[in-house]
Design a protein around this ligand. Structure first.
Ligand code: FES
Length: 327
């Protein structure tokens, strides 16, 4: 979430509902990473627009819904391309895509949605990517280059053969860090320390990298520090013992121990949008009219949390007896 993001385009980029798209190509990008290209099965109507940093929801077999960042240029509305790393330790989406999804399959695609937008203005941009975190960052780098803005990219991989999308990254601005060749991890603290005071900093990668980045950038203006997480930073709020009141109908719905707000609403027959159900995609963001949420998402900034005017109902709870939601 970023209050300074390019507002006109960002608002346009928030897609709702799903489209049934055809998987038209799978390409090798690096060891363990494939690019998946989706197009309309019929007709050539442009796909819904998106901005660099956006992701789509892929509805896979067995009810799996997974979020993947778009890597193709936003100007090309003929297709969506996502990069997926096969990760046997993850929740199953990437393994399914690598091992079972075939060209010619029809896939429900939701979004696009963007929680990792480029800030407006002409401040220099420092991009930091680790592993598969390069997918949104590559798209952002392409936009910055097209706009003639000042930027640099630090891209960290464990081995050279794991580096994806190098062909679309401008070598002049890209610093590739190969752990195995340098004998250590990317020195994120030094990069952040060297960044000009007003620079916009973006980081996407594994959790330890993001934690190091946030620690290094903790003294900077929070509006200049942007992260995109693929995994949740906090457990779901499952304590229950409070009530959610829906402003439109004035219905009061109890949230029991072991339930999220989303669970309780669904059980009561209330239809609400949700996707990741882990607090990382933003689909379930809901306005809070009264009460204090127990924020557990990985999206809202410290300032946004402190305002307590929105929350992710798939993961966050309540710090009092009642929440009044704009539903
Ligand atoms: S459904 Fe993804 S943040 Fe709640």
């Amino acid at each position: 979430m970023n209050a300074q993001a390019e507002p006109a385009v960002a608002a346009e980029a928030e897609g709702t509902g799903t489209l049934s798209l055809l998987l038209t190509a799978i390409r090798y990008a690096a060891r363990g990473i494939h690019l998946y290209e989706f197009r309309r099965a019929e007709g050539d109507e442009p796909l819904p627009p998106f901005t660099p940093g956006a992701h789509v929801d892929l509805h896979l077999a067995g009810g799996l819904v997974r979020q993947y960042s778009l890597v193709n240029p936003p100007e090309d509305r003929s297709c969506y391309v996502v990069g997926v790393k096969r990760d046997p330790a993850s929740r199953g989406g990437s393994v399914f895509m690598h091992d079972q999804l075939r060209v010619g399959t029809q896939v429900e695609v939701g979004g696009p949605r963007n929680n990792f937008e480029l800030a407006a203005g002409d401040a220099p941009s420092i991009l930091i990517a680790g592993g598969i975190g390069i997918t949104p960052i590559a798209c952002m780098a392409a936009r910055l280059r097209a706009q003639g803005r000042s930027w640099e990219l630090h891209y960290s991989v464990r081995e050279r053969r794991e580096a994806a999308l190098l062909d679309q990254l401008e070598a002049l601005h890209t610093h590739l860090h190969v752990d195995a060749e340098r004998g250590g991890l990317l020195d994120i603290a030094s990069i952040v320390r060297a960044a000009p005071a007003g620079a916009q900093l973006y980081c996407c990668g594994p959790a330890p990298m993001l934690d190091a980045f946030e620690a290094a950038a903790s003294g900077r203006d929070p509006a200049t520090v942007h992260v995109e997480r693929f995994t949740p930073i906090a457990p779901l709020a499952l304590g229950g013992g409070y009530t959610v009141r829906l402003a439109a109908s004035q219905r009061s719905i109890p949230v029991l121990a072991g339930q999220t707000i989303l669970d309780a609403l669904r059980e009561a027959g209330v239809e609400v949008q949700a996707s990741c159900e882990q607090g990382i995609c933003g689909t379930c963001e809901t306005r809070v009219l009264r009460g204090v949420p127990d924020h557990r998402d990985s999206l809202l900034s410290a300032q946004e949390r402190a305002r307590n005017d929105v929350m992710m109902i798939c993961c966050s709870g309540c710090l009092g007896d009642e929440l009044v939601l704009d539903l």
